[in-house]
Design a protein around this ligand. Structure first.
Ligand code: AP5
Ligand code: MG
Length: 214
């Protein structure tokens, strides 16, 4: 199953993508995580991406498309994958579709996790990310066992640079302008599925399983 997660920054794409990947035993491919790993490792790609990410802007399509197209062609993606944070623009969606069509393939579902802007800022301020493994928590909704320490790998938790309130507002603006049009794009292809992202994480997950019909 090839699934795309759509939704505003902080809608819960990463939270749900991780669970779906576990349930269906398919890779979870997050472009945001790929960029953050590159930043941590000081690569050229990471340095380029950081200048955009810190401002709440999208990384240019040319730095993203080839990366994802290469990734989904790897062996572990044969049975499917879940894309989290890609595509984020119409040209990105078109480049993915073209690459898949070239091998007689296509995306199965685009799942849109709907959360209004007013809920987002509150969520992002409480999110904490692990500097070691990238796992995501929330001070209130998904707390760790020991404050400030990752349950999975024991490393320190931080507030992501781009989760500061002014940057979150910027990311929301960019989302509405550049990413929201993908909802119509996938609706037009008949593969859009929508779920309410404001309810508890487990309930969002169940709703996704239901719309995927699996
Ligand atoms: P990326 O890392 O993809 O960030 P994003 O889309 O802004 O989304 P987030 O990761 O912030 O949120 P999420 O939806 O995954 O929510 P989460 O599950 O963490 O991208 C970062 C940057 O990289 C971009 O701004 C851009 O610059 C660049 N980039 C990445 N991909 C790109 C691309 N394709 N093209 C160009 N540039 C690209 O949940 C949020 C919080 O809420 C967590 O704390 C969580 O615990 C909590 N939570 C989740 N669900 C619930 C719930 N149901 N109830 C209560 N709390 C919840
Ligand atoms: Mg995420």
């Amino acid at each position: 199953m090839k699934i795309i997660m759509l939704g505003a920054p902080g809608a819960g794409k990463g939270t749900q993508a991780k669970k779906i990947a576990e349930k269906y035993q398919i890779p979870h491919i997050s472009t945001g995580d790929i960029f953050r790993a590159n930043i941590k490792n000081g690569t050229e790609l990471g340095m380029k991406a950081k200048t955009f990410m810190d401002q709440g802007l999208l990384v240019p399509d040319e730095l993203v498309c080839d990366l994802v197209v290469d990734r989904v062609q790897q062996d572990d993606c044969k049975a499917g994958y879940i894309l989290d944070g890609f595509p984020r623009t119409i040209p990105q969606a078109e480049s993915l579709d073209a690459a898949l069509a070239a091998v007689g393939d296509a995306v199965d579902y685009a799942v849109n996790v709907e959360v209004p802007d007013e809920n987002i800022v509150n969520r992002m301020g409480g999110r904490r990310a692990c500097v070691g493994c990238g796992a995501t928590y929330h001070l209130v909704y998904a707390p760790t066992q020991k404050e400030g320490i990752c349950d999975t790998c024991g490393a320190e938790l931080i507030l992501r640079d781009d989760d500061k309130p002014e940057t979150v507002q910027k990311r929301l603006g960019v989302y509405h302008e550049q990413t929201q049009p993908l909802i119509d794009y996938y609706n037009g292809k008949g593969i859009l599925r929508e779920v309410d992202g404001t309810v508890a994480m487990e309930d969002v997950f169940q709703a996704i399983i239901d719309v995927l019909g699996a």
